[in-house]
Design a protein around this ligand. Sequence first.
Ligand code: SF4
Length: 340
Amino acid sequence: MAFYIIFIKLLFMKDIFDKCKFADLELNSRIIRTGLWQSQDIEEVYEKYENIAKSGVGLMITELISIYPKDKFSEYSFKINNPHFMIEAKRLAEICHEYNVPILGQLEFIKFNRGIDLDIGINDLTIEDIRKIQSDIILACQKLKMVGFDGVQLALGNNFYLSKFINPYFNQRNDDYGGNTFNRMRIVLELIKVLKDNLGFHISCRVNANDGRKGGIDNDESIEMCKLLEKVGADSIQVTKPLSPLYFTKKVSDEAELLGFVERLMNEVEIPVILGGGFNEMDHMNELLNDSSVEFLSMYRPFVAEDGFLEKWKKEGSGVSRCKMCNNCYRTKTSTCYHF
Ligand code: SF4
C-alpha cells in the first residue's frame, strides 16, 4: 500500500521539463525564457535563439521590442520600425518553430512621442494620442503575426508606460480613461479586444503584483485588473514587480511575496499564470512547483550567462546556473554576460 501511495505521488509530481499546455500553446517544458535588453548583432542572436530553443525551453519571449524609435530604451531593444525587423523576426520565429517552441514578442515603450515632444505624460494624452498608442501596438502585433510569431506580450508591469497609465499613482485623468480601475484599464482592454477579434493570436500580459508606491496599485487591485484582462481575452499573465525581481535562490527575498500573489491569482483566473523572477537552480524550481500550485516559471539572466544550460540540466537531472547574480547585464542594458 505504502509503495502504491509513493508511486501515485511520483506520478503526479511536477517537473520543470514536463510537456504541458499553456492556453492555446503546447510547451516542451514549464520554463518560460524572457528577454530584456538586446545588444548583439543579429547573427549572434540567431545562434542564441537556436541554442535556447533546442535546449528544452517551453516558451520564448523576446527581448524588448520598442515601438517608438526615439524612446528611452530603443537603443537597447529590437525596434519594430527598423527596416530589417520583419526579416529578422521571421527568422527568429522559424528557429524557435524548428524545435517546436512557440515565440511571443515583448512589446513596450517607456515614453510616448508626439512630433518633437518626446515625453508626453499620461495626464496630457489626448484621445487622439490614446488611439495612436492603440493603433501603433495593433500595427506592431500585425507585423509579428505576419512573420509567424505565436503571440505577443504586452508590458503592463515593471515601469513601462502602460503600467503607469493603469496606475492611480500616475493617472489622474478625469475622463473615461482615468478614475476607477476599469477606466484606467480601458486603454488596454479596448486594445486586447481588437487584437483578439482580429488577429486571434496569444496575448500575454506582464503585470506587477503590486506597485510598491503609496497610492499605487496594491495586490487586491492587481487581481481585479487581471480578472478584467482575462474577461476581454488575455491568454496568460506573467507576474513581476516594478523593479526586476532579484531573488535567485531560496535564501533571497522576493520569492515568498510573488509566490503568494501568484497562488492567490490562480484561484481567481482560469488562464495560465507565470511566476516571474530570477530562478537559477533546478532542484529549487522543482521543489517550488511541487510545494505550490504554480505551473510555470520564467527565467532571464541564466540565459544571458549561458544560452544552452537547460540541455545539461535535463541530462543530469539537476543543475545550477553559472550566473553570478551580479546584475551587470541588467544595469548596463546588454544581452551578454560580463563574466562568460
Ligand atoms: S552579467 Fe552577472 S547577472 Fe548578468 S548573466 Fe552575467 S553573471 Fe548573471
